[in-house]
Design a protein around this ligand. Structure first.
Ligand code: ATP
Ligand code: MG
Length: 328
């Protein structure tokens, strides 16, 4: 079967180096492998309170970042999730095939809901994985590039596909998560035990940070006792995170980097990591600014929504027919 690739990012805040490494860095290569559907998960962004103007601005930023990462709007569909109504329609159907028990075991829900008072936890936050499964299913995606934190949701989407197909026949395509070998979970620079996240920014490197800011953040990153630059997530989570960042950006293995830095002190090693991040992000930021200025994201989103709607509506019809909603 032809490869269908789907990936999305929520416009909940400023994009981080974690988002870059998980999705944007290899976007050009990934989308060359088949038909690709790349979206801005604006409906998902509503699962925690967000100011409307900020949501809009974040969505524009994200569109520009996707294009800066090499997305060709002629070849891939770039779109806002909310501009394809089939996501919400399929969600209304699929919420009946995922269960409260399995949804309440999702780590992301437990983490995000854990920070809220009970009467401030929206149903959308709880049901997030249902909509995410629909995002994937609608495009018959078999490849879903994500960070490790999203693996659990993809597993749930796979369960849903199995459950649905067992009942109605081979209607849905089985998706598969794809995570980076190195860099599947980038940690906070100030707390290397916590994931770098845009909606709860602590120790993040933002894709819009200026070089001097990036250098400062990396030089101030929490490191560990000892002096050896060695990968050891248990005893050296800070150094391990910096090694991971370096290797993910340079496309080399951890052991290669360990050899390179065998005689380095922490400070000198950090300078190399900072150089690697700055050198990667400077040209990327320049392209992003150009795209913001020429507004080419507007046309890209329009064309992308058209393509995405066509495919998504076909799948929706197939599902509606299978379960008895279409009368003819
Ligand atoms: P939020 O805090 O709003 O959840 P986020 O930074 O986790 O924001 P998402 O929009 O949830 O970003 O996720 C977009 C993609 O980036 C997903 O594939 C996710 O797995 C990946 N991702 C997010 N954070 C990291 C990270 N720290 N390391 C690697 N991948 C990440
Ligand atoms: Mg997230």
């Amino acid at each position: 079967m032809a490869q269908r690739i789907l990936t999305g990012i929520k416009p909940t805040g400023q994009l981080t180096l974690g988002n870059y490494i998980a999705v944007l860095k290899n976007l050009r290569k990934t989308i060359a492998r088949g038909d690709s559907f790349i979206f801005i998960a604006d409906l998902h962004a509503l699962t925690l309170p967000i100011d409307p103007e900020i949501l809009k601005q974040n969505s524009i930023d994200l569109a520009a970042f996707y294009l800066a990462a090499g997305l060709d709007p002629e070849k891939s569909a770039l779109f806002l999730q909310s501009s394809v109504p089939a996501h919400a329609e399929l969600n209304a159907i699929m919420q009946n095939y995922l269960y409260m028990g399995e949804l309440s075991r999702m780590t992301q829900f437990k983490e995000k809901a854990g920070k809220l008072k009970e009467n401030a936890i929206g149903l959308g936050l709880f049901a997030y994985p249902v909509l995410m499964a629909c995002d994937i299913i609608l495009y018959d995606a078999n490849i879903v590039p994500v960070g490790e934190d999203q693996m659990q949701h993809i597993e749930l989407a796979r369960n849903l596909v199995n459950r649905f197909n067992n009942r109605y026949g081979e209607i849905l395509t089985m998706p598969k998560a794809e995570v980076q070998k190195v860099g599947k979970r980038i940690m906070s620079l100030s707390n290397p035990l916590a994931k770098m996240s845009k909606s709860d920014p602590k120790g993040d490197i933002f894709l819009k940070d200026e070089p001097a800011v990036i250098r400062k953040k990396i030089m101030a990153a929490v490191t560990d006792s000892g002096s050896e630059v060695k990968f050891d997530e248990q005893n050296k989570p800070g150094i391990s995170n910096l090694l991971t960042i370096y290797c993910a950006l340079k496309d080399i293995s951890i052991s290669e980097a360990e050899q390179t830095f065998a005689s380095y002190r922490y400070g000198d090693f950090k300078k190399e990591v900072a150089d690697a991040v700055v050198n990667e992000l400077i040209p990327f930021q320049q392209r992003y600014i150009e795209i913001l200025n020429d507004k080419s994201y507007e046309q890209a989103l329009k064309v992308g929504a058209k393509k995405a709607n066509a495919i998504a509506n076909e799948t929706l019809k197939r599902v509606q027919k299978a379960i008895g909603l279409l009368l003819s």
